[in-house]
Design a protein around this ligand. Sequence first.
Ligand code: ARG
Length: 589
Amino acid sequence: MLRRLRHETADYLANELRNLLPDQNLISAENLVAVLEPPKKLDHGHLAFPVFPLAKQLRQPPALVASQIAALLKSRIDANAESTKAIGLVRAEPAGGFLNLTFSDESMQSRLFHAVATEGDRLGYSSLGRGQRVVIDYSSPNVAKPMHVGHLRATAIGQAIRNLAETQGYEVTGLNHLGDWGVQFGKLAWAFREWGSQYDFKGQPFKSLFDIYVRFHEEAEKNPELEAKGSLVFKELEQGSRDVEEIWKMFVKISLVEYQRLWDLLGVKHDLVRGESFYNDRLKPVEDMLAGKGLLKESEGAVVVDLGEEMPPCLIRKSDGASLYATRDLASAMYRMTELKADLNLYVVGFDQSLHFKQVFKVLELAGFDWVKNCHHISFGLYRFKEGMKMSTRKGNVIFLEDVLNQAIDRTAKLIAAKNPLLSAAEQKSIAQDVGVGAVIFGDLLFDRVKNVEFDWERILSFEGDSGPYVQYMYVRCASLVRKYKDERGKIPAQTDVACLSQPDERELIRILLGYDETLAAAFRIFKPNILAQYLLEVCAAFSRFYHNNRILGEASEIETSRMALVQATQAVLFQGLRNLSIRAPEKM
Ligand code: ARG
């Protein structure tokens, strides 16, 4: 794919330009790999080579250098030189300080078809991260609370970044930093003992759990004594009371079963649950370590690390002895870096927690841990509501993730039943699930994660325009063409037996498809899945032009088979691209 072309071209240029410069470093293959750029438009060739640094060395105007190199390469092309033929270079045009390189349609096409035929599920993967581990924390909900649309972002973005890390050859450990500790569990346990028997914990465990959670907060508003009672039960839990621990464990279990259902639906996979409680016996060592480095300070009875003018101090222990979210994250970072041996430690968490992560990272820096530079808060914007309302689980005015998914699935089911009534009920159901859920995930991933998104039922469930269902629909088109071809003519021939495609729409589609590997790399480099989502839309647009302007299935001919090979390549890129966003591609819809 494009990476390969870039490397081959860099080697080639390094070789050809060897006699040009005293400073060979400037034209080393490694150097050239980094500067070659694919232009936005095919008119400017497949790769552009900026000659500015070279021109500076030679003390000549860039345009002159570009035209000199162009002349050199042209003479090689005209002489049909072996090395030039081997990489398929057919044109070298100067354009200001750039040199635009164009490769033969045949060579580009065969690069694409070869990758698709040989790379399978690892299409476009790189080995950049080989031997390195990425630890990534995503979704991480809070026990007893249903996931709401806010968690959709932490879940969809996190899982996509996880998948992207895998495409770059990293070993990945996905962590669920479950919110499973804190005084609220004392309150809940108190509520459970008091009212548990009035609820259907056997039949509807999670709903019952959430109901007593809401009830506790309602009643505590009228009767503040309940808070103190809850705190007391939490003390019991902290001091190791078996009874309370059993209740707490049950809460955790009920919640995980509930979350797992949604994760299965969303294609989300964690490798380890390392909830906040996991760090209980690692907090004291953290505090001792900070004390040993002279970083701790008392402040109004609490223990803090002073962080100077820039930000408020980081609370390590409250005056009542309770440990804090931040202390647990200090422990969790140390665990991930030293015990899990992370090379990169990522937290996919909303931007409202930016200060928290800044403080945690700063404390680690002050403690002298150089590795903190490899810890990153991958923050994202929040869902905003038109009415200016803010979500609060306690008050009950939230939009639950499950409701969003169910509505999406229901709506899709209706559309499918109307459009495609001949599908079996089972098929309709599975398509409605893939497409409904896909719409929600794609809708979330399409925008740059740092921006806030306005929550809009219409948009999130839309099938038109730039949406998940649109991409899935293009995939289905490809799949059905391939099926039809196979029914009529058998296998799609090997790439060696097909003719060269050289119509503008075809060349453009090939160019875009070849960029798939570098799209994956770019999306991971800045941890932005929207780059992949946007790219898939570009593929769809190019495919749709190709599809409308060309007859694909016609009479048996070399052109027909070549076009089918291109359809198959598009199908592969769409399938793999969606898979890396954790979206399924149905065969029909
Ligand atoms: N449970 C937290 C929440 O729902 C997110 C946890 C994020 N991870 C972390 N290591 N702090 O807001």
